[in-house]
Design a protein around this ligand. Structure first.
Ligand code: AHR
Length: 618
C-alpha cells in the first residue's frame, strides 16, 4: 500500500464533542452500579407489580416482627411503603452482588428516616453473613413519633465484599423506618448522594465530550401508558425527569424498561453534575410519546403530548434557568445555583412509527426553538437498524432542516469493516449525524479492532459525524442483559473491555482536524453478496435478532449471529422481512421500511424460541 498524506491540506475540524458516552440504566448500571448507595431496596418500595420476584422486603431478611406497610403513616406520597419493626426485631440488607462492599479504614455514612412510639434506640451494625463484625456498631436514638432523618458514620475495621447491614430495635415498641441508606464517604469528587468512585473514574478517564442519558429504551417506552401484568413488560411509569430530582426520599422508586427497579437516586441533577465534573456536555433524551424498542404505539392524547413538551421546556429551565426561575430554583436548592449550560436535547429514541414520531418531533422542536433558539434539537433515524438507514425518517429530517439525527446500530465486525465508508457519501448539506449507539458484536477481541477501524471513518467524516458513543456503557457481572459492554463491574471491582481501551485511545487523542489522505496499491478483496427475500413464513422470533441464522439452500450456514444474551429481557419481536444481503459473513436488511411492522404480541416467549432463521437464496 502507499498512503499519501498532505499535512498542508485542511480537512474537517474535529469537535470537542466528537466522542462521548451513553449512560443507560441497563445491566443494573445505576443502583448497585454507578450510584454509590450500598443498600438495595432502601425505601421498601419493591412490589410484585414491578417484577414478579419482588416484595417489599426484597434485599432484606428479618428477625422478629418486621413488616412493610403502606398506610397513612407513610413518609410521603411518593415514598409510600415503610418498614414497621415491633421490637425486639431487626432487618438485614444484603446489598448488591455478593453483599455490601467495605474497605478497612474507610468511612460509611448511614442514614435513616425513622419514628418510634417508644424512644428505644436502634443499633446499626456491619458484619459478614457469618456474623464477623466489619465495623463498631452505631447507636441511634429515635426522638419521638414523627418522621425525622437520623445519621451516623461507621468506620470499617476489615475489608469485605460480602458485608451485611443490620438495623436492630432491641427495645420494645413500634419503630417505623424508611430510606435506610449506607454510602461510602469516598464517592467520586466526594459528592453526597454521589457516584461510585472507581466506576466514575473509568468514565472520566475517557475524557468524554458528552454524556447522553438516561437511555435508550429506558426513555421512550411507556411514555404514555402503564404496562399491565399480562404484558411482557413490568408495570412502569415512563422515565420522566421530574420524578428524579429533589430530595431523594421523595423520588418514587419505579420499574424500568429492563425489568428491574430504579430508585432514581441517580437522577437528572446527578447526571448534570457528573457531566460537569468530567467536563462533558450533557445530552438528555426525552420521550417523544411514540415508543420504539419493540412497542408500536403513539399517544393519541394531545394534552399528554403537550405536557411532555412543557416538561422538556421545564427541563431546559432546570438546567439553564436563573436560580430565581421556577425550575432553576429547584436546581439551586439541590446545590447548584449556577446553570449547567445545556446546549442540546434529543427527542425520542429509536422511534419506529415514522409519521407519528416526526409529527411529534416537529412539535417539540417548535416549542423548544421558540423559547431556546440556541438549543440543538436532535431527531431520530428510526429503530436500531443493523446499519440500514431508514430512508423515510432521514428524508423527513432532511426536508425539515433537522440539525442532527441520532443513528444506532449493533452489528458484526465484518459489517463495521465493510462500512468504513458509510459517511463518505452522506449529504454534506443535510442534518449532521449523532451516532448515539453502536458496537461491534460477537467476535470478542476482533470487535474492538473493527470498532477502531470504523472510528477512523467517523473521524474522517467529522464534518458530518459530529458525535459518537459506544453502547452500552456498563454491565454488572451478575446481571448482564446485553453484551458486549464497555465497563464491567461487581460490587467492589471494575474493569474495561478491549473496546473500552479502543474508546480511551481515540477519546484521549482527538485531533483538531482531519488531514486528507489517499491509499493506493494492495489487493482489494471483493466480497460476493448473496441476496434473499425473507417472507412472513420464515421468521419466528422471541427476542429480536437473537441467534440470527442465514442458511444457503444446500444447508450451509452462512451466518450465525448471536446478537444478544438470549434471555427474554423485554424485547418484543421485530419482523425480519425484507431483502437480506449477506456479504462475506456480514449482512444488511433493505427495503424493510414498508414492512417494518413491529409485532406487538410479545407474550409467551421462552428461551427455546431463539432460533430466528432467515433463509437466503442465491
Ligand atoms: O444500548 C442498549 C439498547 O439498544 C438501547 O436501550 C436502545 O436504544 C438500543 O436498541
Amino acid at each position: 500500500y502507499t498512503i499519501t498524506v498532505d499535512p498542508r491540506a485542511s480537512g474537517a475540524a474535529i469537535g470537542e464533542e466528537m466522542y462521548g458516552v451513553f449512560f443507560e440504566d441497563i445491566n443494573y448500571a445505576a443502583d448497585g452500579g454507578l450510584y454509590a448507595e450500598l443498600v438495595r431496596n432502601r425505601s421498601f418500595e419493591f412490589q410484585a407489580a414491578d417484577n414478579r420476584a419482588y416484595t417489599g422486603l426484597t434485599g432484606w431478611t428479618t428477625t422478629g416482627t418486621a413488616t412493610t406497610v403502606d398506610d397513612e403513616a407513610r413518609l410521603n406520597e411518593r415514598n409510600r411503603t415503610y418498614l414497621r419493626l415491633t421490637g425486639p426485631a431487626s432487618v438485614t440488607n444484603a446489598g448488591y452482588n455478593s453483599g455490601v462492599a467495605v474497605a478497612k479504614g474507610n468511612l460509611y455514612d448511614f442514614s435513616v428516616w425513622a419514628r418510634s412510639d417508644s424512644g428505644s434506640p436502634l443499633t446499626i451494625s456491619l458484619a459478614t453473613a457469618g456474623g464477623t463484625a466489619l465495623a463498631a456498631p452505631l447507636t441511634i436514638t429515635i426522638k419521638g413519633d414523627t418522621w425525622s432523618r437520623y445519621a451516623g458514620t461507621l468506620r470499617a475495621t476489615s475489608t469485605s465484599d460480602a458485608g451485611r447491614l443490620t438495623v436492630s430495635a432491641t427495645g420494645t415498641g413500634t419503630h417505623r423506618l424508611d430510606m435506610v441508606s449506607l454510602f461510602p464517604r469516598d464517592t467520586y469528587q466526594g459528592r453526597p448522594n454521589g457516584l461510585r468512585k472507581d466506576l466514575a473514574q473509568k468514565v472520566a478517564a475517557l475524557h468524554p465530550g458528552f454524556v447522553r442519558f438516561p437511555g435508550g429504551c429506558l426513555v421512550n417506552t411507556g411514555s404514555h401508558y402503564a404496562y399491565d401484568a399480562a404484558s411482557n413488560f413490568p408495570r412502569a411509569r415512563s422515565y420522566q425527569w421530574k420524578d428524579t430530582v429533589g430530595p431523594v426520599e421523595a423520588r418514587a422508586t419505579n420499574a424500568n424498561f429492563w425489568g428491574y427497579n430504579q430508585s432514581y437516586g441517580l437522577g437528572y441533577y446527578e447526571y448534570f453534575q457528573f457531566s460537569e465534573d468530567i467536563g462533558a456536555a450533557p445530552l438528555p433524551v426525552v420521550p417523544a410519546l411514540v415508543t420504539g424498542c419493540g412497542q408500536n404505539r403513539a399517544t393519541d392524547d394531545p394534552a399528554l403530548l403537550q405536557r411532555h413538551i412543557q416538561d422538556t421546556l421545564d427541563l431546559i429551565e432546570f438546567a439553564n434557568g436563573p436560580a430565581t426561575s421556577t425550575w432553576g430554583r429547584v436546581r439551586a436548592r439541590m446545590g447548584h445555583p449556577k446553570p449547567f449550560g445545556l446546549t442540546m436535547v434529543a427527542v425520542g429514541n429509536e422511534e419506529n412509527l415514522p409519521e407519528e414520531y416526526f409529527a411529534n418531533f416537529l412539535k417539540f422542536r417548535e416549542a423548544i426553538k421558540a423559547k431556546y433558539p440556541a438549543v440543538t434539537v436532535i431527531s431520530n433515524s428510526g429503530p436500531d437498524d443493523m446499519g440500514v438507514t431508514f430512508d423515510n425518517l432521514w428524508a423527513k429530517n432532511r426536508a425539515a432542516g433537522t440539525e442532527m439525527v441520532d443513528e444506532h446500530y449493533y452489528n458484526s465486525p465484518n459489517w463495521f469493516l465493510q462500512n468504513n465508508d458509510r459517511y463518505d457519501s452522506y449529504d454534506r448539506k443535510g442534518p449532521k449525524v449523532f451516532l448515539g449507539e453502536y458496537a461491534s458484536q460477537d467476535a470478542k477481541f476482533f470487535n474492538s479492532l473493527a470498532e477502531a477501524a470504523y472510528m477512523t471513518g467517523l473521524e474522517r467524516n467529522a464534518d458530518v459525524v459530529k458525535m459518537a458513543a459506544y453502547a452500552p456503557l456498563f454491565a454488572n457481572v451478575d446481571n448482564v442483559q446485553w453484551r458486549p459492554d464497555l465497563i464491567w463491574f461487581d460490587n467492589d471491582e471494575s474493569w474495561g473491555s478491549t473496546s473500552y481501551q479502543v474508546q480511551k485511545l481515540f477519546m484521549n487523542n482527538v485531533g483538531d482536524r482531519v488531514v486528507p489522505s489517499t491509499v493506493t496499491g494492495g489487493r482489494v478483496v471483493q466480497p460476493k453478496p448473496i441476496t434473499g427475500r425473507v417472507g412472513l413464513s420464515t421468521w419466528r422470533t422471541a427476542a429480536r435478532y437473537d441467534d440470527l441464522k442465514v442458511t444457503a439452500p444446500d444447508g450451509t450456514v452462512l451466518l450465525a449471529d448471536d446478537f444478544n444474551d438470549g434471555n427474554a429481557d423485554g424485547w418484543s419481536p421485530i419482523e425480519n422481512r425484507g431483502t437480506w444481503t449477506v456479504t462475506d459473513g456480514a449482512y444488511a436488511q433493505t427495503d424493510v421500511a414498508a414492512e417494518n411492522t413491529m409485532v406487538a404480541a410479545a407474550t409467551g416467549i421462552t428461551a427455546t424460541d431463539y432460533d430466528i432463521s432467515l433463509k437466503a437464496t442465491k
